[in-house]
Design a binder for this molecule. Structure first.
Ligand code: PA5
Length: 419
């Protein structure tokens, strides 16, 4: 269950948001059905389309095969082909599962050499995930890793350790056919950043031992709730309207702030989702992230008292925090006010103190998830994707393309001599 708390918005701003909510209500019905103009990009809107029991069984079976033999599993992918899986894996990973190692997201030879060194002496499997198998980073890393596997295991055994996730009919599928690699389908009708609940996000999660059925269930449950509610109470709609009210008001940055370091990699997923979906035609809030309480001692200064450009969205977790009590050790360190207190309460009190302080100077809201678990991540992915679709529609931009990304790519390819 995701709850949106708006009680820290001040009266005039809440009124502006209410106005936006009144103006765009007809969008909700259109979005819940999926608009015809985006037909080719809405495969994620019905969770069951790419994550029904059949898909989940196939993904789990392949993951189990890998898990039996692998110590390390290299996820080769960048942006939408990497961020969703990584955010869940890095938050929920436990011992006794293959370690997930990331490649295909950098061109740094230092980083790539370190990644290769970390594979030494381990049983390695890889998954190259790319919708458009022209993206430089995953393509280049895939080459290096294929060579590593072939040098280590010989060509035949290496082929057994290679999986690729690409669109049907792509050159990546052909490469798999030619060389006997396992091929998984990258949904043609979903853009990278919306693919969390599909082969793209779920296979690496399953290899890492994450309960992918729970992820899919979380997404499906919130899908049903959001689609059923075409009223101004719909939390994804309210969030989208508040963001747009902030933009109209002149705010230019949205900071996603959390007191839970386990969400560190989720920030990257969220940031990509909103940046690529909304940052076009000279519009959009720049999505930024803060890891509290650490960042309160750095950028906290700017948030409280700097240029008035920020909307702050807190992401909090309601339940399930583990306990760690501070004991009195009888030594004089002037921290006795903490005697007997639990970190889980101190962290919550820090959140409350922070939102009270920040909301005096900027609009603040709180997206609260019930628990930080696989189900909760499924909910988060769907909630923000749905909200992002609505938000971009209100803003008047296409949520599913990313033309700006192509500008640098064209120059880079020309410099590298690509035909
Ligand atoms: O959301 C998107 O479409 C992009 O961010 C892509 O995920 C990213 O560019 C990686 O693309 P590809 O999977 O084609 O290599």
């Amino acid at each position: 269950m995701i709850t949106l708390h708006e009680n820290y918005l001040d009266e005039p701003f809440a009124e502006e948001a209410k106005e936006v909510m009144g103006q765009n209500l007809s969008l909700l019905d259109q979005v819940s059905k999926g608009e015809e103009k985006y037909r080719d990009s809405l495969g994620w809107l019905n969770v069951s389309q790419w994550a029904d029991e059949d898909h989940l069984q196939r993904i789990q079976a392949l993951a189990d095969k890998v898990r039996k033999n692998a110590d390390a599993f290299v996820l080769i992918g960048v942006g939408g082909s990497n961020n969703a899986a990584r955010s869940v894996i890095e938050a929920l990973k436990t011992k006794g599962n293959p370690e997930i190692i990331y490649a295909g997201n950098t061109l740094s030879s230092n980083a790539l050499n370190r990644m290769l060194s970390s594979l030494e002496g381990r049983s390695v499997y890889i998954d190259c995930i790319a919708k458009n198998f022209e993206t430089l980073e995953p393509g280049a890393s895939f080459r290096i890793l294929r060579k590593y596997l072939e040098d280590t295991y010989g060509e035949k055994d290496a082929a057994e350790r290679i999986i690729a996730t690409g669109t049907k009919g792509s050159s990546l599928e052909q490469l798999c056919r030619d060389n006997g690699y396992e091929f998984l389908e990258f949904p043609e009708d979903i853009g990278g950043r919306y693919t969390a609940i599909s082969n793209v996000g779920l296979l690496p999660m399953a290899v890492a031992g994450i309960d992918i059925r729970a992820v899919a269930r979380g997404a499906a449950e919130i899908e049903a709730r959001l689609k059923k509610d075409c009223t101004p109470d719909n939390p994804a709609y309210r969030y989208a309207c508040i963001r747009n009210a902030a933009f109209r008001h002149g705010y230019r940055v949205e900071v996603l702030s959390s007191f839970e370091p386990q969400l560190r990699w989720f920030y990257k997923w969220w940031q990509q989702l909103f940046a690529e979906s909304e940052g076009k035609d000279g519009k959009g809030l720049f999505p930024s992230c803060c890891e509290f309480s650490e960042d309160l001692h750095s950028v906290g200064q700017f948030i409280q008292s700097g240029t008035h450009v920020l909307l702050e969205t807190f992401l909090t977790v309601k339940e399930g925090q583990s306990s760690l009590v501070i004991h009195d050790d009888g030594k004089k360190d002037y921290f006795d006010y903490l005697n007997g207190m639990d970190f889980k309460d101190i962290n919550r009190i820090d959140f409350e103190a922070t939102i009270q302080a920040h909301s005096k100077d900027l609009p603040c809201l709180n997206v609260e998830m019930e628990r930080l678990d696989a189900f909760g991540f499924g909910e988060l992915f769907y909630f923000f994707q749905y909200a992002c679709y609505i938000s971009a529609e209100i803003l008047g931009v296409n949520p599913f393309d990313q033309p700006g990304v192509e500008a640098y790519k064209a120059r880079l390819f020309a410099e590298l001599g690509k035909e």
